[in-house]
Design a protein around this ligand. Sequence first.
Ligand SMILES: *[C@@H]1O[C@H](CO)[C@@H](O)[C@H](O)[C@H]1NC(C)=O
Ligand SMILES: *[C@@H]1O[C@H](CO)[C@@H](O)[C@H](O)[C@H]1NC(C)=O
Ligand SMILES: [Zn+2]
Length: 493
Amino acid sequence: MEKAFCFSFVLLVLFFSSFPFPALARGSERSSSNLPGSEDYNNGFLVRHLFEENSRQLGREVTHGYMTNSELEKAVKEIGQRCSNICRIYSIGKSVKEVPLWVIEISDKPGHEEAEPAFKFLGNVHGDEPVGRELLILLANWLCDNYMKDPLATLIIKNVHLHILPTMNPDGFSLRQRGNANNIDLNRDFPDQFFPTNDDVDLRQPETKAIMSWLTGRHFTASASLHGGALVANYPWDGSQNSRKEYYACPDDKAFRYMASVYSRSHHNMSLSTEFQGGITNGAAWYPIYGGMQDWNYIHGGCFELTLEISDIKWPKADELSTLWEFNRMSMLNLVASLVRTGVHGRILSSDTGQPLPASVMIKGINYSVKSGGTFGDYHRMLGPGESYEVMVTMPGYQSKTTHILLKDKATSVDFVLDPEEPRQHKQFSTGCDCNYGNQNKLEMVGFFRGIHLEITLPAIVILVFLCFLLKRKMIKFPKHKQLLGHKRPIVI
Ligand SMILES: *[C@@H]1O[C@H](CO)[C@@H](O)[C@H](O)[C@H]1NC(C)=O
Ligand SMILES: *[C@@H]1O[C@H](CO)[C@@H](O)[C@H](O)[C@H]1NC(C)=O
Ligand SMILES: [Zn+2]
């Protein structure tokens, strides 16, 4: 069977991958040559060698001017103190060598849940790709310095919860190697949709486990991991079902192409790439990988993740970092801001109680669903602009609702109020025993009033009942919806 063949093939590939080959950008489990810039066929795949450095031969001097892990930890904590009004520092776990994996959350209400999209940036997934961790510290500092000064910084801080993990692989960094301290490539350590090779939880690395549990109970709308060794914005799928190097589109291909283009077009020169049209690529079209973090995020985290290759050279001289930051600054900011500048957003509430519902949002023709949050019932659905979409909301026990939207150059807000599947009768009209009790009370009241002035009490009772009815309807309060910047009030469906 083809599956069996694929499986043994993957085993073969994994076997070969345990040799210390030179690193590629997203990784080369299939490369066997150290030649820089060379192309060859290995196991039938065209493999690109992007690197001149063999990580094993990297001397200490390459790290000159880069933050050490303890300097990075210090920088993270300094940001947390300097900008405590908009920053919260927390750790999602520890590396093999017990280095905490620090995260900086940036928002006007850090640590508080809000009906807002969340974005995460991850750097240094590969230990020998350190540019991302430096740029993420610069990004956090820049946001901190420019809140209420720069409109883009303010838009992000007010409307998005941004979580920044500067290093996912501090051990790999200090060892100047791609993998973690166990020499495992973390971007091959996630469960894969096609091959069950990574499904053994006990074999999973602590860094991978930390990322996976980070996503449990927390909803990220989108994210990006930063890599080095190429200049391109890579989007799902990273792996193709048949292991071939070919364009393998995920259901949200359009939205991903849009997001990747936001990054490349805002970059100094990523979109001018001669290798990748527009500076973007489908992962499998470049070279398929399995067990990657990006596809796992999209499938299991409901999170639209990109893999960003932000510098051709993995270890540029440290004095070039500020230039690289300038090249990538608008890309990073615009990518995060795209969460509030496009897509469809809103809240999903129950019509009988007004309570937020954890429902599913689907788009006709796209086999993927986004869940709304349980606390506020808010959903954030990334979509490429310039098209019309049919949005359907479903929730067990409730009647589904559908609406059409035309997404132009702004995000659209649509709130859904769902009716329970079997419409419950209003108490006023019900004849159940619950209401008999109520009627009895009313009768007693009528008797009481009749004793006084029937002519005036009857209309008064009618008015009272009407007022009570109004009051009751008003009690079903729909919690205040936070307006997305520059948008009209949400449409309520
Ligand atoms: C982008 O600019 C850098 C620095 O100017 C240069 O080294 C690199 O070759 C350029 N890349 C592209 C794709 O134009
Ligand atoms: C939709 O996606 C699921 C996996 O998420 C898959 O099992 C199913 O076959 C897909 N349906 C269609 C119609 O493509
Ligand atoms: Zn990488």
